[in-house]
Unconditional design. Structure first.
Length: 693
């Protein structure tokens, strides 16, 4: 046989070898090839067992998503796996790398499974708004039980080989060469007289209505607004209501329906956009990347500590430079405490923690940066102080050492000039907590060398972040757009909407937290300081809505003080705060404002359209080159619901003509200063186009 699947036999053990780089996806050629291999195996009288394995770095790692939304050619994957169910001689899946989605379903349709010790298994479909559609919801519970199946299928998480074996999803762990181990295992099955053993021949595990009910409630709480996890749970239930064959057919129809859903379309967009932002349109792919063998972090507050942890966890030596010995000791203790907590929870081993700590070198002398290839400044947010630090960095490092600032909104052009080496300067804005949050806003100035851009993008990926490139502007992508949401939130409060009503509308839209609950969590003193830093650029009305400053003046700092927009008990559970209501009423009386009823629809439109319009301006101004950067940044930096596709994709689905119409109405109501439409948005709306077409 030619193509992506070849059939071959050595003695009484045959092999179906899938070779479809880069990840052996279940494309049409693979599906057809597997059918032909099964036919050859059944017709081969001398073949007594068939091993299904893959060339390259991985087993089948999923479906070919380029086929989604297009007419698919037979055979479909469910039909291929049904054919495997009916083969009368043993089938052995030999798994290495990752067996994900359709790949996991291929492995489960085999009669036996052997895997390397470091293999991974999972159903990521729900993360794309889908459900397994080739038997995953039916074979998994029959092999592993209900609890394991529900967790795997509704959460989209991965498990390792040891866990898969304990659950009954893997029969043997391979030692040494996988091909030889799989052939040896197949020989043993033949010698022991083992027969074909389809998962479909097994009964469903005992039903557990309480488990289904609890899972449904957990999904509604943890995955608010997402339809795929609930649909997956419904698919698992089919095994109790229909025959195995009927359940497979119904599952496939449910999967096809999910593929056509708006949520899946949005989530597949996000999947593609996250890969697109790694490729910078005006940066040649052959641009050299500088070698970062050792890094340094200057400033060891909460952000600096998180950055140090991130770099050390990635296996890179890092010099942690504190203001003085007291600050160094405090940072060392805080980092050790966080990692010790991870060890106690079982998410980190003690040897791994010891290795990470050993990679951190402590210093109070900024001259220590001379030994490094990349320095990340994370000192207190303040232009004069940061300029002084960059001057010192320029003096203590040689050409080629990258000097990056973790500033969230300051002008990096000014820091670059202070360094004396502007070509080596860029922004690397981590999000708090830096060792947890995935997004990294990399910022280039007009003078940043292309090699520096290529290096910080590569370094971000190396340390486990999702790097997105921005140009220089106040707040870059996320904080600039968030500032517009905050502005409208304060204006809505001033006009009569309650903080709780605004937070609820935002939660219902799909955000994990409302803006005022988020302010309390971050600290109203932090928000007040950020407003103070932007004071010279704020309008008269923006200055008037000084609610954060009023809270801080009264000692209400948010969760840290037990009172802010909300009141908090000892467990930080929120309740309405009468002081907030009194503050809003007094503010209205002081400024002669009439409060009105404001509905959820207007709240959502004001908050979200303000961000969409600002995103369009980011493209207008060349701060970002595409809408992709905005969607990826806002989902991963602010919690914009991923199932919406991000603000720019969401606006396309709403229709830019409608968005423009509402913005023009808000312009008439509230003035040009806040609601002048982006030229790009207005042009695309007039043309009947979107940001993506």
């Amino acid at each position: 046989m030619q193509g992506t699947v070849r059939y071959e036999r050595e003695g009484r053990i045959a092999e179906a070898v899938i070779d479809n780089p880069p990840v052996n996806a279940t494309s049409h050629s693979v599906r057809s090839g597997l059918i032909e291999a099964l036919k050859s195996f059944e017709a081969d009288a001398e073949a007594e067992a068939l091993v299904i394995r893959c060339e390259g770095k991985t087993f089948v790692a999923g479906a070919d998503i380029t086929e989604f939304g297009k007419p698919m050619a037979a055979p479909m994957l469910p039909d291929v796996l049904k054919a495997m169910d009916h083969v009368r001689k043993p089938l052995v899946a030999a798994v290495h790398g990752t067996a994900l989605g359709g790949g996991f379903e291929v492995a489960l349709a085999a009669h036996y499974r052997i895997a390397t010790a470091d293999a991974k298994f999972g159903f990521p479909e729900v993360k794309l708004g889908l459900i397994p559609g080739a038997g995953g919801t039916q074979r998994t519970p029959r092999l592993a039980g209900l609890e394991t199946a529900i967790k795997l299928i509704t959460e989209g998480s991965q498990i390792g080989t040891a866990q898969a074996k304990a659950a009954g999803l893997v029969d043997e762990i391979a030692e040494g060469d996988l091909r030889e181990a799989a052939r040896g295992y197949a020989e043993r099955l033949v010698c022991e007289g083992k027969s074909a053993r389809s998962a479909g021949s097994l009964p469903m595990p005992p039903d557990d209505a309480a488990l289904f009910d609890m899972t449904r409630k957990n999904i509604a709480r943890k995955m608010r607004g997402q339809t795929a996890p609930l649909l997956a749970l419904d698919a698992i239930r089919l095994g109790y209501e229909l025959s195995f064959e009927q359940a497979l057919d119904r599952e496939y129809l449910m999967c096809k329906g999910a593929v056509a859903s708006p949520q899946s379309k949005a989530l597949r967009h996000v999947f593609a956009a996250e890969r697109a932002v790694a490729r910078i349109p005006d940066l040649p792919s052959e641009t050299p990347v500088r070698d970062v063998r050792k890094a340094a972090v200057v400033g060891l507050g909460q952000m600096g500590r998180g950055i140090v942890m991130t770099i050390a966890s990635a296996g890179i030596p890092v010099i942690a430079i504190a203001k003085d010995a007291t600050h160094a000791d405090s940072a060392r203790a805080a980092i050790a405490k966080l990692w010790s907590s991870a060890v106690a929870k079982g998410t980190m081993t003690q040897p791994a923690m010891d290795d990470c700590l050993a990679r951190i070198l402590w210093s109070t002398d900024i001259a220590a940066v001379a030994e490094t290839d990349l320095v990340i400044e994370a000192v207190t947010e303040g232009l004069a102080w940061k300029q002084e630090v960059f001057g010192q960095l320029g003096e203590n490092t040689g050409p080629g050492t990258i000097l990056a600032s973790n500033t969230s909104y300051l002008n990096i052009d000014l820091l670059a000039e202070a360094s004396g080496r502007p070509a080596d300067v860029a922004g690397m804005h981590f999000f708090n907590p830096a060792h947890v949050m995935r997004l990294l806003e990399n910022v280039r100035t007009p003078k940043t060398h292309p090699e520096v851009v290529a290096t910080i993008m590569a370094f971000g990926k190396r340390i486990g972040k999702l790097p997105v490139l921005s140009g220089v502007c106040d707040g870059f992508i996320v904080n600039r757009m968030l500032a517009k949401r905050s502005r409208e939130g304060f204006f809505l409060i001033e006009e009569g909407a309650s903080p709780a009503a605004i937070d609820k509308a935002v939660l219902d839209f799909g955000f994990p937290m409302g803006p005022f609950a988020l302010s309390d969590l971050a600290g109203l003193d932090v928000q007040s300081a950020a407003r103070a830093a932007r004071r010279t650029s704020m309008s008269e009305r923006e200055l008037r809505v000084d609610f954060p400053e009023q809270h801080v003046a009264a000692g209400r700092l948010g969760q840290k003080s037990g009172t802010g927009w909300y009141s908090y008990d000892e467990n930080r559970k929120a309740s309405p705060n009468p002081a907030t209501d009194a503050m809003i009423s007094a503010h209205a009386a002081r400024h002669g404002l009439a409060l009105r009823e404001i509905g959820d629809h207007e709240i959502v439109e004001r908050l979200i359209y303000a961000m969409v319009n600002e995103g369009a301006k980011l493209i207008d101004e060349g701060i970002v080159s595409r809408p992709h950067e905005i969607d990826v940044a806002m989902i991963n930096g602010l919690g914009f619901p991923s199932f919406s596709g991000g603000p720019m994709f969401w606006a396309d689905q709403i229709g830019l003509s409608h968005v423009l119409e509402r913005i023009e109405q808000f312009r008439a109501d509230h003035g040009d200063e806040y609601w002048t439409p982006s030229p790009l948005l207005a042009e695309r709306a007039r043309q009947g186009k979107g940001f993506y077409n």
